[in-house]
Design a protein around this ligand. Structure first.
Ligand SMILES: [Zn+2]
Length: 283
């Protein structure tokens, strides 16, 4: 069995009070996936944390230092040490998953969120550091990629990602954030039908980072326009198109604010089911 690697450590999870469940999400999601570990379809692997130097590839040095010295508020608008401690590991999971996907040329997973609103020099919307861009810049600086794609299917705009791309003039990053284009139930079919050209835009990329957001759900208080079934179709389409294009993908989580957290877990579990159906196989 070709197991899907999931990069997780308890160190990715922080204790902090917030409307957003994202700080506690990695451990809750991974424990909900334990059935896939037992069935030998996934394997949980320890991520390597990113270094301060790697974080500074994507962020202003003074901002990074201010976050770790707790002088600047993090994305949860507080100064909690536990959030600062988790940050090298959440971005580290994304980078580790990206390295693994490049190696196996298929897929790997970072079960964490809280990246795409973080700009070059500021935290925003529960996001402190932009693990997507830290990953992109680290791989580029190591010469492991020439072009990278980011498919961001969170409900909200990837404004932080866009800011870093523009600030650093990164013409080798192909970024598509659905939040700029789709937000109403009547857009659902258009959105699903667009996935083939969105992934087609990534055809020259060595790797795609896919943010499988849970907040586009129609019942999400900060969402939403897609049903649970349509979100599952979204994930199936992303994996099937990228796989047909032979582009490896590292995916992570985002958003998901429904009161009943089991509904959020169900959406993330469906992404994993779509991933397993496409990529976990007997060789
Ligand atoms: Zn969101």
């Amino acid at each position: 069995m070709n197991k899907i690697k999931v990069f997780f450590s308890d160190k990715m999870t922080a204790e902090t009070r917030s409307f957003s469940p994202s700080a506690g999400k990695p451990s809750r999601v991974v424990s909900s996936w334990s059935k896939f570990v037992q069935s030998n379809q996934i394997e949980v692997v320890e991520p390597n944390p990113v270094s301060i130097e790697q974080i500074k590839f994507a962020h202003q040095p003074e901002y990074v230092d201010g976050i770790f010295s707790l002088l600047i508020k993090n994305g949860f608008r507080n100064h909690d040490q536990s959030v600062a401690d988790s940050l090298p590991y959440t971005s580290g999971a994304m980078l580790s998953a990206a390295r693994e996907a490049l190696k196996n040329q298929r897929v790997a997973v970072a079960p964490c969120s809280g990246f795409h609103h973080a700009t070059w020099n500021a935290a925003d919307g529960f996001c402190t550091f932009n693990g997507l861009m830290i990953t992109a810049l680290t791989l580029k600086n190591e010469g492991l990629i020439s072009k990278l794609g980011i498919v961001d299917f969170d409900m909200h705009m990837g404004n932080g990602t866009e800011h870093i791309i523009n600030y650093l003039s990164l013409d080798w990053v192909e970024h598509f954030s659905a939040g700029y284009h789709f937000d109403r139930p009547e857009h659902a079919d258009d959105f699903l039908n667009s996935i083939s050209w969105i992934t087609g835009m990534m055809k020259d990329c060595d790797l795609v980072l896919y943010q499988a957001g849970a907040d586009p759900h129609i019942d999400d208080p900060l969402g939403g326009f897609l049903t649970t079934r349509q979100l599952f179709q979204r994930d199936q389409l992303v994996f099937s198109h990228l796989s047909a294009l032979n582009i490896p993908v590292a995916w992570n989580l985002a958003g998901g604010y429904q009161d009943d957290f089991n509904k959020v877990l169900e959406i993330h579990e469906n992404t994993m089911r779509a991933c397993i159906a496409k990529y976990a196989r007997d060789d």
